[in-house]
Design a protein around this ligand. Structure first.
Ligand SMILES: Nc1ncnc2c1ncn2[C@@H]1O[C@H](COP(=O)(O)OP(=O)(O)OP(=O)(O)O)[C@@H](O)[C@H]1O
Ligand SMILES: [Mg+2]
Length: 377
């Protein structure tokens, strides 16, 4: 196993910087996810780590060893890509052992490692089956085992679950976590699916346009997105954005006013707003931070100085398991909110919505950076 360090890594094509000065350190045994929209440079990063693509500049280290110019076969990596390129004419056993045979491992070692691989991904009893007789998830596991039996120092996965149906993806996610827990190999997983990123890994790295936007635990990037892009990208249903919120001062208090609705600015943003001399901000509110005022236990304690209630009209109600998703409007302002499934809400009803002020996000409208990081800027 190895730690992986990328230093100022860039890949320039004629028209685009697919990777633009990427820096990251993945600790030995860590499971990290690279996530971002299509074209942001995830595959490019992974292919450079694999040695399938040479960087335009920068370097790649496995522990202290500079592998930037080391050929793929000498890097000790295992790879599983989206089209996991198995051999349809070979059975499960021979597919898993293929790489070991090519590298001329002694027969008894091949046998022992393939056996371990079969056990690792739970394909016991299916060793003799042709690939065409397997389900998508089983084929997926063959691809994982084929890479794992090589005992890689670093395990690279590029959207390996994208060909599977929703239920199988969920199952394979758990399976991947279990395999990682058992063998603990340094794993870099690429996906454009933020839910997958949030659930799979200890740490996520969010990319956009070839650049890293934020690194952190799923909780950190969800609760404290560094900019508007990260706020909007991580989370489903997505964060609501209220553009052009005017900042109004009354006595010693700041309020946000947008399209006739008004609520208080939490104190911890005062300093950033004043220093940056902002007259408007973009507000981000997650749907779960808006609730039916009637459901709020604290309603009787409402302070007259704290404006945390907005009046909206319900347009559409969507049941989602234990909750309901409300599509709300006020003039041409639209918000989605999540309320409990037993909440007695009806379409066209006017409703008092409580904003969980402690959890709102404010972004500088010009730079789109979060004001929560003001002290660190
Ligand atoms: N061989 C190439 N020549 C020119 N441009 C390329 C080449 N390969 C990739 N690119 C560009 O580099 C950028 C990053 O591509 P990359 O494949 O890394 O994206 P990605 O994040 O993996 O996207 P996806 O989620 O769609 O797989 C894109 O703008 C892509 O068009
Ligand atoms: Mg890709």
């Amino acid at each position: 196993m190895a730690a992986v360090t990328l230093k100022n890594l860039s890949k320039m094509y004629a028209k685009v910087a697919a990777n633009d000065n990427i820096n990251m350190k993945i600790e030995e045994g860590e499971f990290i996810t690279l996530v971002g929209p299509s074209g942001c440079g995830k595959t490019t990063t992974l292919r450079m780590i694999a040695g399938l693509l040479s960087p335009s500049s920068g370097s790649i280290f496995f522990d202290d060893e500079d592998v930037t110019h080391t050929p793929t076969q000498n890097r000790g990596i295992g790879m599983v890509f989206q089209d996991y390129a198995l051999f349809p004419h070979l059975n499960v056993w021979d597919n898993i052992g293929f790489g070991l045979k090519i590298q001329k491992y002694p027969k008894d070692q091949v046998k022992q490692r393939v056996r371990q691989g079969v056990e690792m991904v739970n394909l016991i009893g299916l060793e003799g089956r042709a690939l065409s007789e397997l389900s998508g998830g089983q084929r997926q596991r063959v691809a994982l085992a084929r890479a794992l039996v090589m005992e890689p120092r670093v395990f690279l996965l590029d959207e390996p679950l994208s060909n599977l149906d929703a239920k199988l993806r969920l199952h394979m996610r758990t399976e991947l976590k279990r395999i990682h827990k058992r063998i603990g190999v340094t794993t870099i997983y690429v996906t454009h699916d933020q839910v997958e990123a949030m659930t799979l890994s200890n740490r996520v790295i969010i990319m956009l346009d070839g650049k890293i936007q934020q690194k952190g635990t799923p909780k950190e990037v969800y609760e404290k997105p560094i900019n508007r892009f990260v706020g909007g990208f991580m989370g489903s249903p997505p964060m609501n954005f209220l553009e052009n919120c005017e900042i109004i001062r009354e006595n010693d208090h700041l309020f946000l006013v947008v399209k006739g609705i008004r609520f208080s600015v939490p104190r911890h943003f005062y300093r950033a707003i004043e220093r940056l001399n902002l007259s408007t901000v973009t507000t981000g509110i997650r749907p779960e931070d808006l609730s039916d005022r009637n459901d709020a236990v604290t309603s009787q304690y409402k302070s007259h100085m704290l404006d945390d209630t907005i009046e909206m009209t319900i347009d559409v109600i969507e049941p989602i398991g234990a909750n309901k998703l409300l599509d709300l409007y006020h003039k041409d302002l639209r918000l989605s909110a999540i309320v409990k499934a037993d909440s007695s809400v009806l379409p066209d009803q006017h409703i008092n919505i409580k904003v969980n002020l402690e959890r709102i996000h404010l972004f500088d409208p010009k730079t789109e950076e979060s004001l929560a990081y003001f002290d660190k800027l």
